[in-house]
Write a protein that binds this ligand. Sequence first.
Ligand code: PLP
Length: 452
Amino acid sequence: MIYQKINEHLGKDIYPFHTPGHKRNPDYVVGNLYNMDLTEISGLDNLHNPKGAIAKTQELLAKIYHADESFILVNGSSCGIIAAICAVCGENETIIMPRNSHISAFHGLVFSGAKPIYYYPKIKPEGYFCAVEPFAIEKMIRNNPSAKAVLAVSPTYEGFVSDIKKILEICCKYEKILIVDEAHGAHFPFYEGFPKSASHCGADIVINSLHKTLPTMTQSAVLHVNGKTMDRQRLKYFLGSVQTTSPSYIFMGVVDEALRRLYNNKSLFDNYLNLLRAARKNLTNNMNIRLINTDDPGKLLFALPDKIQGGEVEEILMKEYKIALEMVRPHYVLALSSVADRAFGFARLTKGIGDLDTRINRAVPMGNGIYTDAYDFAKTEMVCTPREATFSFASETVRVSDSIGRVSAEFINEYPPGVPLLVPGERIHEAAALRMCRIKIQQLKVISCRSR
Ligand SMILES: Cc1ncc(COP(=O)(O)O)c(C=O)c1O
């Protein structure tokens, strides 16, 4: 069934403005996948103790990202984030992190037993998060001096970049380890026009999803380490524990060849940036669908007027223009571009968005911020740690309407962007219950009354 569905989709000739970053572009195909599907036989090295070919590729990655040491990940950034949190925080130790982190960071809390201290980046009326201000991090550290580490998500899913250099200075001043979830910024070191990568800034641990914005296979990612504050042996143990003992040579081989080609051939990025600049220029001519200025120009983020919702835009672009988007929210949509995008793809997107823009009644006022899809995470109240709630056996399943005031025993996740609406251990308030109804969740596991 899965295979049939994949082929049905491919038969429709839909252009991907979503991950993976290879965009099925034949110019970026590396080798024959079945032939490359090998294992740790003599000469092919071992991901868990690399001394040969894999060690060499990791050295190349460290060079590209200006890291002291880099580790290939075959289970996405998710496993790198979990390992990083486990490596720096033990049971009941604290980590300062944004409440809008990706779910993998919360899994890191469950695995390690660490306690989160949340900060809350601002939210735009359309519903996407802003970068975090360094002074907000400094304030959090001053108020929580015993915290072991700080986690920053930069860029955000939508392409907003925090001042990592400044945040790192603050973390150094207070002797905190800085972990940067840079899942969406793997392409940064390849072109001067992109923001400086967090690893190049010197952050202690940085995690990149190579597959999101570079021409590699889904699941391929990398973790970088800088400086001497980290216990690398401990990190290596956790990396080993969250990754398979049978890592895919397809993933690793494609990472090696694709990144080597990009690194040695800067003109590939020149071509991409030329196409991107032209597309951005055309897309800014629209009257109603507003192209937002993102720090990462590769993210084409469109704010929608209140006359049309993201779901309709997605449907029209898919059916009439054969375009698939990366993320669709009620008041904005995101098209993700990469070095593997082609001129005809950008042309389709420009035409599709341009036509839609003229179809929207111009007499209707533009989105003016009176509506909001922003969910106020600051209202969440943590009653016990995510680990305590997850491992609590005294739980019961209730209807969402009966859950208000109870404590969640499970994650309720919205994907994309993969930021949990509820984390185990959080009290369920009315807004969370309403949101669950909107995303069609009918029941959830809560901690039993007898235990609380
Ligand atoms: C901010 C952020 N961090 C981490 C991840 C996890 O990345 P991966 O899918 O490579 O595991 C995602 C995935 O969407 C993400 O949006």
